[in-house]
Design a protein around this ligand. Structure first.
Ligand code: PMP
Length: 428
């Protein structure tokens, strides 16, 4: 009998909650490619969900991590200090600004937990405003903040109290102009403040500057600027979840730089160390300084090897990788827009940098998740890994490593075009 594949073995080993977007078992990664058990090569336009921004096994990142591994694998940030921990903090804060401090942890959800705890501790207020279509994690507190699908909350009673769900602009869905859409969302926020919780009782407003799982939705600048004004007026802290948008993904090192709006607290994870588990919150110095020592912490936060990898990531981003993401993202988006012109089933191409989404609808203009699944499956057969997102699962997200080259975009475009055309023929 032939040896079982990794997928077949996984059925015995893991609960279904570890369900995968593909059945691929991969054995090696390099740059924009991964290889499966049978030796087949794939272009990875999912990047482990926006993690390997510098490319799989980036040599500079691996080198830095190896050097660190030979010196010290664990220090314990509750116990001692170590060089890579200091170095990465200095790099990130050097970019964000001298009026911020940083706290390291291990995952995106954990960073968001820290953001909420810090906000509540400092403001002594109970309320949290989160946004519809959002994703902030799957721990109990972050599942409460997540409003992109009810499945994340079902049967998990005992979620956080005093959480309110505000509207996030999605003009292509509502059919309103950008200006009307921003007004609609701000009116609903006013209603929350009038009907449900006074703004002076709200500790923090947390949102993704570009929504990820919700469908790669880019809000108008005016919306984020209005939120900044409202927060300042009422002493509410503004927290950006940059877990998916951070580290060059949107063509800037952090997404907030696209909008001219700076948050009080920012959550970072995913691409921070190009695959090594690490996360952080960056928050205003005056907030961090009020956090009573020891009331928040964790054993593994800021692992030396992960921090060393993070230093290499940041050097690459500052050395031109974020700019490359902006330029190649524009090249890719133009090609996707040309494809959209040929197919009315592509409702919209949107995004910033290399965080690009394509929303698909049926001939009645309704979200078409089946079409997206068909396109993804065909693309996979042809050697391209794609992921979906969106509250109706009808958006394909294109998130290649930022080191992706023009010829790799061209190769992916050929597969995308064929997969779209063949899937539409199958439907019609
Ligand atoms: N926030 C955002 C915006 C995310 O996209 C994700 C992961 N998809 C998370 C938080 C959770 O991060 P993690 O899986 O590392 O806990």
């Amino acid at each position: 009998m032939s040896e079982k594949s990794m997928y077949e073995k996984s059925l015995d080993l893991f609960p279904p909650v570890a369900g995968r977007a593909t059945h691929l078992g991969i054995v090696r990664g390099e740059g924009a490619y991964v290889w499966d058990e049978a030796g087949k090569r794939y272009l990875d336009f999912a990047s482990g969900v926006a993690v390997v921004n510098c490319g799989h096994n980036n040599p500079a990142v691996i080198e830095k991590a190896k050097e660190q591994m030979e010196q010290l694998v664990h220090g314990g940030h509750n116990v001692v200090y170590y060089q890579s921990y200091i170095d990465l903090a200095e790099k990130i804060l050097g970019h964000v600004g001298p009026d911020y401090k940083i706290y390291f942890s291990n995952s995106g959800a954990e960073a968001n937990e820290a953001a909420i705890k810090l906000a509540k501790q400092v403001t002594r207020r109970p309320g949290i405003i989160t946004f519809k279509h959002s994703f902030h994690g799957r721990t109990l507190a972050t599942a409460t903040l997540t409003a992109s699908n009810a499945k994340y909350r079902r049967n998990y009673e005992g979620l956080l109290p005093s959480v309110y769900y505000a509207e996030y602009p999605y003009a292509s869905r509502t059919g309103l102009t950008e200006e009307q859409e921003v007004a609609r969302c701000l009116n609903q926020l006013d209603e929350i403040f009038h009907d449900l919780i006074e703004p002076e009782q709200v500790a923090v407003m947390i949102l993704e500057p570009v929504q990820g799982e919700g469908g790669y939705i880019v809000p108008p600048k005016a919306f984020l600027q209005a939120l900044r004004r409202i927060c300042d007026e009422h002493g509410i802290l503004l927290a950006f979840d940059e877990v998916q948008t951070g580290f060059g993904r949107t063509g800037k090192i952090f997404a907030y730089e696209n909008f001219g709006v700076k948050p009080d607290i920012m959550s970072l994870a995913k691409a921070i160390a190009n695959g090594f588990p690490l996360s952080a919150i960056v928050a205003k110095r005056e907030l961090m300084d009020q956090w009573p020592a020891g009331t928040h912490g964790g054993t593994f936060g800021g692992n030396p090897v992960a921090c060393a990898a993070g230093v290499a990531v940041f050097d690459l981003l500052e050395g031109g990788l974020a700019d490359h993401a902006a330029a190649i993202g524009a090249y890719f988006k133009k090609k996707l827009e040309a494809l959209k012109e040929k197919h009315e089933e592509i409702l919209e191409i949107r995004g910033l940098g290399l965080m690009i989404g394509a929303e698909f609808v049926d001939h009645e203009g309704k979200p078409d998740a089946a079409l997206v699944t068909a396109i993804r499956e065909k693309a996979l057969e042809k050697g391209l890994i794609l992921l979906s997102c969106g509250v109706d699962h009808n958006v394909i997200r294109f998130i290649p490593p930022l080191i992706v080259k023009e010829e790799q975009i061209d190769a992916a475009m050929k597969i995308i075009t064929e997969s779209v055309e063949e899937s539409l023929q199958a439907v019609h």
